[in-house]
Design a protein around this ligand. Structure first.
Ligand code: GLN
Length: 536
């Protein structure tokens, strides 16, 4: 039992290689603990010197995930939210750049009273403050340290979490370290040496792991577990095999099976009572029961990195799984459409145009939207995908061939998508960052819209990340020609959703519904889209 509200801390580090699933592991630990009724928060400490993820190229780093409070974060926060079913805040995503900048601020304000400012203790204290602040009020706070232990750029984090044990008491802290075990085909062996070295690295920094997560693409046996337990000096039950899984959503179940939750609860003196039936179990069952595959076309620009549209991919999967179907996402390069036409859109059950920035590839997207509209193929537009739908409608239904977005052609006279007049000032002053609409905004749904039917309520709140908006000068023409302004801001000033009621499913939102879709609660717009795609 918890005495008073003492937050328990779980620190997740990784070794040997990056990309072995630390984020999924941390999120899955959160999931199984949440299923014991604890309030759980998760935070990622990233070694990059960026201030946040807002300026990172999604083609290289994967999606920029946006929280309700408008933080532009690492895609890991998306996993966290999906696995623990919570809305996180900007406190959950911390980069080194932000920590350094806070220390510099304090230094400039004279807060260090003439002392020399050093990585230890000043930077490490600042890290601990940020961790303690995010943990406030939660039963359990999980902290994932980006990168691998021993990386030069992550040492301040490792030192800070080492000190945390003294600060909050060792009974309130658990260290979980993830390692990778390679397999040698020639000798048919799983090797533990790199893992040993990595644990040794951690020990050198004064951290003794309590739990070892062992990622291995082959089946580990008792002998491997015994060996890892021995060299890491942890209990055998604290060695958690993490085999390759087809879907990351199997991981919480696997952790349950090896009794990790009980081990953590014992170690942290928490009551281990699993909640009865939860939505997650039903979700996992649906995944298992899913039969047949539906092809959905995703028309986009960045196709080199699988994670660029991570939340969209996952939202599609959830919506189809809820219908006991698998989805196959067909990636379509919008520039290819420009060159070769819409031939490759044939045979798709539905078309999605996700978010994006800049002019490149947008003509191909307009062609795809036209194809979907004219052929009655379900269309889901997300942010840029809505702007594209509006431009396409203007050009081909309203017959305004030059219609475009101010983002693509700032001198064009027919900007059906533009910067709102009140925002123009900021653009001119080069206060560029401030011009982005970021985070959660309320929206009121039109009662006769499809969206209203799907959400089942009038007021919704959704997350945004864009600069450009529907141009209100043209509302009447669009409406008269058959486009429904299905969602508006409460003051009716901003268009948030457009629909074509005549069409089987043609719904596009200025916000990003994908950020709020959860495995056990697929987003209503994605569900509506999936159901339309499945309709014969
Ligand atoms: N580039 C568009 C804008 O800034 C759309 C942004 C997006 O899709 N996230 O408005």
């Amino acid at each position: 039992m918890l005495k008073k509200k003492q937050t328990k801390f779980i620190f997740v580090t990784g070794g040997v290689l990056s990309g072995i699933g630390k984020g999924i592991f941390a999120a899955s630990v959160g999931n199984i603990l949440k299923n014991r009724g604890f309030s759980v928060n998760i935070q990622k400490l990233d070694p990059y010197l960026n201030f946040d993820s807002g300026t990172l190229n999604p083609g290289e780093h994967g999606e920029v995930f946006v929280t309700d409070d408008g933080a532009e974060t690492d895609l890991d926060l998306g996993h966290y939210e999906r696995f623990i079913g919570a809305n996180l805040t900007k406190k959950s995503s911390v980069m080194s750049g932000q920590i350094y900048s806070r220390v510099f601020e304090d230094e400039r304000c004279g807060k260090y009273l003439g002392k020399t400012v050093q990585v230890i203790p000043h930077l490490t204290n600042k890290i601990q403050e940020v961790v303690l602040d995010a943990a406030k009020g939660f039963d359990i706070h999980i902290v994932e340290i980006g990168g691998t232990v021993g990386d030069f750029e992550g040492l301040h984090f490792i030192e800070a979490i080492r000190q945390m044990r003294r600060r909050v008491g060792s009974e309130n802290v658990l260290y979980a370290h993830l390692v990778y075990l390679p397999y040698l085909e020639a000798s048919k062996e799983i090797k533990t040496k790199p893992a040993q070295n990595s644990v040794r690295d951690l020990l050198r920094f004064g951290i003794h792991p309590d739990v070892i997560g062992a990622r291995c693409d082959r089946n580990m046996n008792k002998e491997h577990i015994g060996k890892i337990a021995l060299f890491s000096d942890v209990d055998e039950e604290a060695v958690v095999p993490l085999p390759y899984v087809k879907s990351v959503y199997e991981v919480p179940d696997n952790l349950e099976k090896v009794g990790l939750a009980s081990y953590i609860c014992k170690k942290l003196e928490l009551k281990n009572v699993k909640l009865k039936k939860n939505g997650w179990e039903k979700f996992v069952q649906n995944v298992k029961d899913s039969k047949g595959t539906v092809k959905i076309g995703m028309v986009a620009k960045y196709l080199s990195h699988e994670d660029t549209y991570k939340s969209v991919n996952e939202s599609l999967k959830f919506a189809f799984w809820a219908n006991k179907k698998n989805v196959k996402i067909i990636w379509i390069d919008s520039e290819e459409i420009e060159k070769k036409g819409t031939e490759q859109l044939k045979d798709l059950a539905g078309i999605v145009i996700p978010g994006g920035f800049g002019n490149r590839g947008t003509e191909g997207k307009v062609m795809a939207a036209k194809y979907a509209r004219e052929n009655n193929i379900p269309y889901l537009g997300l942010c840029l995908g809505m702007q594209i739908a509006v431009i396409e409608f203007a050009r081909n239904v309203l017959a305004w061939p030059s219609a475009t977005s101010g983002e693509f052609d700032s001198n064009n006279k027919k900007q059906v998508i533009h910067i709102m007049p009140e925002q123009r000032q900021n653009m001119a002053e080069e206060n560029y960052g401030a011009t982005m609409r970021l985070g959660a905004y309320p929206c009121v749904l039109e009662k006769k819209s499809k969206s209203y039917k799907l959400y089942g309520k009038e007021q919704i709140s959704e997350r945004h990340r864009h600069r450009y908006e529907f141009n209100n000068d043209y509302r009447e023409e669009f409406t008269e020609a058959g486009m429904l302004l299905a969602g508006l801001s409460p003051n009716h000033h901003l268009v948030e959703i457009v629909e074509i009621p005549e069409h089987k499913f043609y719904v596009a939102s200025q916000f990003h519904p994908e950020f709020k879709s959860r495995p056990d609660h697929p987003h209503p717009l994605f569900l509506g889209f999936a159901e339309a795609c499945l309709e014969k």
